[in-house]
Design a binder for this molecule. Structure first.
Ligand code: NAP
Length: 269
């Protein structure tokens, strides 16, 4: 099969993670990857670290692309697409990972010809442990959705969701790694407080989160049932859980996701 050209517009953190994931995967031989950045300095740096072609010309990258992956900051999307509007055609697929920007907006800004897909990955995609929600937009067919599923499948799990839920996905799994780092940091502080070295406390905390998360995913049981397994009557865990309930951990986490979701909605306005 002929190679497809995948142009990544915005070779920053996420753009690089996607390029790297593809290059380390069986899809490598199927794509020629071109990246773009705003500055020459970033282009040379990304080219050096990734070993793919990186340019500051969105025009060249879009003109030669079969698939265009948008990974610039949300406020930059409209200008970039409108400036290059004449280059887009109906055989192209645009996949946008930009928070808050809808497939309808992208379709309008690029002149209404390419198929559009929206995706919301997260930073653990950098180590192929991410999760990405994807949805179909204007003109996208099954084959387009499958292509996006294959690409993000190389970077972790993929789930298909309605676009109306994407602000919520942004607030939950897009921003979620930051919430979890905060929890690891706090648990690590607790370890230090009880006399464990910072390094060992951080490893204990991080591995505990990872192990518990893997139990939820592998066993497909309700987290409450898994929590009960750890909680012996009159044991230590129930005292810890009581302290968490007193500190309103659950409602605080719910509020964090809702606040980030609201912010994602506001960014669109
Ligand atoms: N970070 C996350 O956790 C996360 C998760 C999910 C989705 N997202 C979405 O992913 C997108 C990118 O986020 P990021 O964290 O990867 O941002 P980032 O690290 O700041 O990268 C942005 C990239 O865009 C480039 N750029 C800026 N203007 C450009 C232009 N006119 N033409 C071409 N390239 C241009 C920048 O180049 P220079 O370095 O030269 O300025 C940089 O390489 C955002 O829309 C965000 O909503 C992010």
């Amino acid at each position: 099969m002929a190679k497809q050209t995948l142009s990544i517009i915005g070779m920053g953190k996420m753009g690089e993670a996607i390029a790297r994931g593809l290059m380390d995967s069986s899809l490598r031989s199927g794509y020629r990857i071109i990246g773009t950045t705003r500055t020459e300095e970033s282009a040379r740096e990304a080219e050096r670290t990734l070993g793919v072609e990186v340019t500051t010309s969105n025009e060249d990258a879009i003109d030669s692309a079969d698939i265009i992956l948008l990974s610039v900051k949300p406020h930059q999307v409209e200008k970039i697409l409108k400036t290059q509007e004449k280059l887009f055609h109906s055989k192209q697929l645009i996949i946008s990972i930009c928070a808050a920007i809808t497939t309808e907006q992208i379709s309008e800004w690029c002149g209404g010809k390419p198929a559009i897909i929206r995706a919301m990955p997260n930073t653990p995609c950098l180590i192929k442990s991410g999760v990405t929600a994807i949805c179909a937009g204007p003109r996208s067919e099954d084959a387009h959705l499958k292509a996006a599923e294959r690409i993000f499948g190389e970077l972790g799990r993929v789930t298909i969701l309605e676009e109306s839920l994407f602000d919520g996905v942004t607030g939950l799994s897009g921003c979620g790694p930051a919430y979890v780092y905060l929890m690891i940091e706090a648990l690590s502080e607790a370890g230090v407080k009880v006399g464990i070295s910072r390094k060992q406390a951080t490893a204990l905390a991080a591995q505990t989160l990872m192990g518990a998360a893997k139990m939820v995913l592998d066993r497909s049981e309700h987290p409450a049932a898994l929590k009960d397994e750890v909680t012996t009557p009159a044991g230590c865990t129930i005292d810890g859980l009581m302290a968490l309930e007193e500190g309103k951990l659950r409602v605080t986490l719910i509020k964090a996701v809702l606040a980030a979701t609201r912010r994602s909605k506001l960014m669109r306005k």
